[in-house]
Design a protein around this ligand. Structure first.
Ligand code: SAH
Ligand code: SF4
Length: 373
C-alpha cells in the first residue's frame, strides 16, 4: 500500500473505522482497540499496540495516518486562557482557545477558515470563507490541546464558537462530534458539546438530532437591528429562527443559549433589553450577554461597564435567565470575535509552544507587560 492511500485517522468515527477494517478483511472489533490506544493512551505508533497481531501492526502505518494540524503558536493569557494557532496549509491558520473556569476546562474550536456570514462586528467575518475544515482538522485541534495539558487536567467541554459557522460545514462538524462523544475514545457527554450558530435555520435540526447543546447568536433585539449587524437575518428572519429554537427545545427538552453581543448605541440600550425579553419569553433559554470585544476597523465600540450593568439589570428585573460572559484572553486576542485566520500581525503575550501547560517549565506572566487593548 502506498503513502497516499492512508486514511486520516482523526476523521473516522468508530463505524467508519470498522468499515475500513472490514474492507481490508480485518476483524471489526479491532476498531475499539485502536480507538482506545489512540484516544485514551495517546499511542499512535502501531508497534506499541500490543494487543494487535504482528502482521496487523505492520500493516497499520500504510492504512492510517495520525497527522495533526501543526501548532504554530501557543499563547497563554494572564487570566489562564490559552490560545493555539494551527497551520492549515496554504498560508492559512485557525485558532482554538482553552478557557479554564472553576469547575470546567472548555475548548473553543474552529470549524472553518474565514466565514461567509459577514457579521459586521466579527473579526472572522471580515474574511470570506477560504475553506471548510475536515473532521480530522476539527478533532485535531482538540488532540493538540489535550496533548499539552498538565497531569490530571482534562478538557470537559467543547464549544464550536471559534472561527467559522459550524452549520455551514455540517457533515464534518457532526462527524467530529461523533468522534468526541464515542465511548471508546474521548467519551465526552453530548451535553458538554455546544454548537453555536448565527442561525442557519434549515440546518439547525441537526443539532437537535445529534442531541448536543444549541447556542444561537441573536445579537439584535428586532429584525431591523439584527439584519443590520447579521446579514443572515435577511434570509432567515427572527420569526423563523425562533420557531426553530422552540422546536429544538421541544425535541431535546434542553434550553437554548442565546448569545447577545452588546454593541455601544446599537444593541445595548435598555429598550433593547426589554425587546429581547419579549422576543424570547416563550422559549426555554439562557441569555448570554457579551460586551463587544473591540478590533481595529470594526466601526463598533464596547459599551461602558455602567451601560452593560444597566442592560444586565433590566434583563434580570424582567425575569430572564441571564449570564454576563467574562471576557477572557483579551491580551492574547483570543476573546470572542477576535479570532482571525491570518498569520498574526498583532502583539502576542507569550509563546509556550514547547511547554506543558501548568508544568514546571511554564514561565510566570506576572511582572510581564500586559498588552490588553
Ligand atoms: N459562527 C458561530 C460561532 C462562532 S462566533 C456564531 O456566529 O454563533 C462565536 C460568538 O462570538 C458568536 O456569538 C458571536 O456573536 C460572537 N462574537 C463575534 N464577534 C465578536 C466580538 N467582536 N465581540 C464579542 N463577541 C463576538
Ligand atoms: Fe461567522 Fe459567527 Fe463571525 Fe458571524 S459571528 S461572521 S457567523 S464566525
Amino acid at each position: 500500500m502506498t503513502e497516499n492511500t492512508q486514511v486520516p485517522f482523526y476523521s473516522l468515527t468508530l463505524e467508519d473505522l470498522k468499515q475500513v477494517l472490514k474492507n481490508l478483511g480485518k476483524e471489526t472489533f479491532r476498531a475499539q482497540q485502536i480507538f482506545k490506544w489512540v484516544y485514551e493512551r495517546r499511542i499512535t505508533d502501531p508497534e506499541q499496540m500490543s494487543n494487535l497481531s504482528k502482521d496487523f501492526r505492520s500493516a497499520l502505518p500504510g492504512m492510517l495516518s495520525f497527522e495533526l494540524p501543526p501548532v504554530l503558536k501557543h499563547l497563554k493569557s494572564i487570566d489562564g486562557t490559552q490560545k493555539f494557532l494551527f497551520d492549515m496549509g496554504s498560508g492559512n491558520s485557525v485558532e482554538a482557545v482553552l478557557i479554564p473556569s472553576e469547575d470546567r476546562l472548555t475548548l473553543c474550536i474552529s470549524s472553518e477558515i474565514g466565514c461567509n456570514m459577514a457579521c459586521q462586528f466579527c473579526y472572522t467575518g471580515k474574511q470570506k470563507l477560504k475553506r471548510r475544515l475536515t473532521a480530522s482538522e476539527i478533532v485535531g485541534q482538540f488532540m493538540q490541546a489535550k496533548d499539552r495539558l498538565a497531569e490530571g487536567q482534562r478538557i470537559t467541554n467543547i464549544v464550536f464558537m471559534g472561527m467559522g459557522e459550524p452549520l455551514d460545514n455540517c457533515d464534518e462538524v457532526f462527524k467530529a462530534i461523533e468522534v468526541f462523544q464515542c465511548q471508546w475514545g474521548l467519551g465526552l457527554s453530548r451535553k458538554k458539546i455546544t454548537v453555536s450558530t448565527s442561525g442557519l435555520v434549515p440546518e439547525m435540526y441537526r443539532v437537535a438530532k445529534a442531541r448536543v447543546r444549541l447556542a444561537v447568536s441573536l445579537n439584535g433585539p428586532n429584525d431591523e437591528i439584527r439584519s443590520l449587524v447579521m446579514p443572515i437575518n435577511k434570509r432567515y428572519p427572527l420569526k423563523d429562527l425562533l420557531a426553530e429554537c422552540l422546536r429544538y427545545c421541544e425535541e431535546t427538552k434542553d434550553k437554548v443559549t442565546f448569545e447577545y453581543v452588546l454593541l455601544k448605541d446599537v444593541t445595548d440600550q435598555v429598550e433593547h433589553a426589554r425587546q429581547l425579553v419579549k422576543l424570547t419569553k416563550n422559549i426555554p433559554c439562557k441569555i448570554n450577554i457579551i460586551p463587544f470585544n473591540e478590533h481595529p476597523g470594526s466601526g463598533f465600540h464596547r459599551p461602558s461597564d455602567e451601560q452593560v450593568e444597566l442592560f444586565h439589570t433590566e434583563l434580570m428585573r424582567l425575569g430572564a435567565h441571564v449570564l454576563l460572559r467574562r471576557t477572557m484572553g483579551r491580551d492574547i486576542f483570543a476573546a470572542c470575535g477576535q479570532l482571525t485566520s491570518q498569520k498574526p500581525d498583532r502583539p502576542e503575550t507569550m509563546d509556550i509552544s514547547n511547554s506543558k501547560i501548568g508544568g514546571n517549565n511554564v514561565r510566570s506572566f506576572s511582572g510581564g507587560e500586559s498588552r490588553i487593548r
